[in-house]
Design a binder for this molecule. Sequence first.
Ligand SMILES: [Zn+2]
Length: 58
Amino acid sequence: MPEITLRGYQCSRCKHTWVPRDEARPLVCPKCKSPYWDKPRQDEMKKKFDKIDRARLK
Ligand SMILES: [Zn+2]
């Protein structure tokens, strides 16, 4: 089965990407353990993830 990478998160600190195993938003980056992994400096990334979150809630 091919790997699906449409859904997932990217740490804004270390650029590590991963796919969550459940619906809960991870509190920290699994790689660098930063609690600020979802606080990108660029708003473009936030908009991208917000869009994914809305899609996941439907
Ligand atoms: Zn990280």
